[in-house]
Design a binder for this molecule. Structure first.
Ligand code: FAD
Ligand code: NAI
Length: 507
């Protein structure tokens, strides 16, 4: 009975503590403190992008030390790990978006935001050309911004390898608009397939959902799509039950190459159970509006061409360098051998430049292009810039004290002690170690309420897959969401889709 009382008290206190934490989170989000204007004599720190790298930098940066200007065509941060769930409505898109205005408004010193695309960086003149590419344009929609320090964190675009027809006919999965387009197209295919007098071949084509790329994006999307069909579409449109088909095409011998062999096998067997067809050693060579043409390598090494009619095609074959980054690289001789983005040193300084740093998918620092890496790099830069500002302030102080020593030699003892203490502080501050990435593991959802996880644990690796891993996946991503608001909305979406099913209306 005593244990029961303890347990009850513990639960009671946890609920009260949790609710208070939640209430404080909500209150704080709605009531930012007064901000002060940045000092115009401070350096212009320009940050390009509002993704993982940029926002992680912004979150930890003491903005009172600089004139911070953020430039991005997207006025929100996007929590990409839950983007595949948006394609089927398991999670609503606004639940994983955090307005950049809310992030900048919570900083101590005001931060400027320009919704624009950086189109040209001039490292000689230290300027960035920016274009407002939104639908509403004012008289001023293209100008230049000067920087003293620049952080390039513009991410990457979708790789298509110049394969004919990909850009014209595929859906990608990188931005909110992509997820919305996919969600609409899934239901369009279903409704068109059930149109009066549709031929059996056309029904088969329309209900064939093809995903190209067996990396985590392709795998997670295929899993979500099959869930949507099994748990919802099938119920409301039973006549297509045996015709809906998901095929995942991968050029390499297996999917999820970054996961351990055991988890690759688990994923492949789960897909088999879910009736998702995996075609490995199959490289797509051409895409038309209705077919995908791929070269398959058989077990005997013989190559054959396969033509697959499709209704929806989702292209997820990784990253390519953005034009603004390519252009910057072409201006810097030290970048001539870099292919996948801006080569950076161990302090994330773009090699061959001064005062330009890069983070995330557009930087080549020897790590995979993941949110984990981008956010650790952003946090590192915030520490670096905070340290630089502090050390500059101390250097000024030392300079002022040394000057006063010359002017008032009477106080020399006290001043010398003060100078020494500042110099000590300065040495400590300047002792910032280079960037070091700590890998916390890889997680991926594979459908039917199962996930795979390769987690780093006490200097070892721990591989697991299944229903419990799925709960771990959910709790890990929930805790990583940007704000309390995002967390609450995501939980409500999960509950909503569980209770009422996903919405099958085509918006
Ligand atoms: P992004 O987050 O892409 O941000 C780039 C920013 O730059 C955006 O705000 C963009 O609008 C802006 N921008 C673009 N062009 C310009 C320009 N010319 N000028 C100014 N701004 C510009 N990683 C994980 O670790 N775990 C996961 O579970 C995971 N899931 C993912 C799921 C999906 C569907 C996808 C697509 C990716 C996933 N990733 C995951 C990878 C992760 O999202 C990226 O590695 C991460 O977003 C990289 O951060 P970034 O800041 O470099 O770029
Ligand atoms: P990816 O680069 O990881 O995988 C793309 C896959 O497409 C590769 O396996 C490649 O062999 C294949 N491919 C390329 N061309 C092809 C063709 N013509 N035909 C057939 N297959 C082809 O790309 P993805 O999945 O978009 O991920 C990008 C980055 O984001 C990665 O670093 C990934 O780790 C990260 N990410 C992480 C997630 C997670 O941790 N859960 C989820 C999504 C992305």
């Amino acid at each position: 009975f005593r244990y029961f009382t303890y347990l009850w008290r513990f639960t009671y206190l946890s609920v009260i503590g949790g609710s208070a934490y939640l209430a404080y989170g909500v209150w704080e989000l709605r009531h930012p403190e007064e901000q002060f204007e940045p000092d115009p004599s401070k350096k212009n720190l320009v940050i390009l992008g509002t993704g993982w790298g940029a926002v992680s930098l912004l979150k930890k940066l003491d903005t009172e030390n600089y004139n911070v200007i953020v430039i991005s065509p997207r006025n929100y941060f996007l929590f990409t790990p839950l983007l595949p769930s948006c394609t089927t409505g398991t999670v609503e898109h606004r639940s994983i978006m955090e307005p950049i205005r809310s992030i900048t408004r919570h900083k101590r010193a005001a931060v400027k935001f320009y919704e624009a695309e950086a189109t040209k960086i001039d490292p000689e003149r230290k300027t960035v050309r920016i274009d407002d590419n939104s639908d509403v344009k004012g008289a001023s929609n293209n100008t230049e911004v000067s920087y003293d320090m620049l952080v390039v964190s513009v991410g990457a675009e979708n790789a298509t390898f110049g394969i004919p027809g990909v850009k014209e006919h595929s859906c990608f999965l990188k931005e909110i608009g992509d997820a919305q387009q996919i969600r609409k197209k899934i239901m369009d295919c279903v409704e068109t397939a059930t149109f009066k007098d549709q031929s059996p071949e056309e029904v088969e084509r329309l209900l064939h959902m093809v995903v190209v790329g067996g990396g985590p994006t392709g795998v997670e999307f295929a899993g979500e799509l099959q869930d949507f069909f099994d748990q919802d579409i099938k119920k409301w449109v039973p006549e297509i039950s045996d015709k809906f088909k998901v095929t995942l095409i991968e050029a390499l011998p297996n999917v999820l190459p970054m996961f351990s062999k055991q988890l690759i096998d688990y994923t492949e067997s789960t897909f088999k159970e879910e009736k998702i067809t995996i075609k490995t050693k199959t490289a797509v060579k051409k895409v038309t509006d209705k077919t995908v043409e791929a070269e398959a390598t058989g077990p005997d090494g013989k190559k054959s061409i396969e033509v697959m009619p499709y209704g929806l095609l989702v292209w997820a074959t990784g990253n390519a360098v953005r034009p603004v980054v390519k252009d910057l690289m072409s201006q810097i001789p030290a970048q001539k051998d870099s292919r996948r983005g801006l080569a950076v040193n161990e302090y994330l300084v773009v090699q061959g430049t001064k005062d330009i740093w890069a983070t995330g998918d557009c930087a080549v620092a020897g790590y995979a292009p993941t949110a984990q890496v981008a956010s650790q790099e952003g946090a590192f830069l915030a520490r670096l810039f905070n340290t630089m500002a502090k050390s500059e302030a101390i250097e000024h102080k030392i300079h002022d004290l040394s000057t006063s020593l010359n002017l008032k030699p009477g106080n020399s003892g006290e001043v010398a002690v003060e100078i020494e203490s500042h110099e000590k502080k300065l040495r400590r501050i300047k002792d910032l170690k280079p960037f070091h990435y700590t890998h916390q593991g890889s997680l991926a959802y594979i459908g039917s309420e199962r996930a795979v996880a390769d987690v780093s644990w006490l200097n070892g690796n721990f591989a697991t897959g299944g229903g419990l891993t799925y709960l771990f996946w959910r709790s890990a991503y929930l805790s990583m969401c940007f704000s309390t608001r995002n967390r609450v909305l995501v939980v409500l979406d999960w509950l909503k889709s569980k209770a009422f099913g996903r919405d099958v209306s085509r918006e």
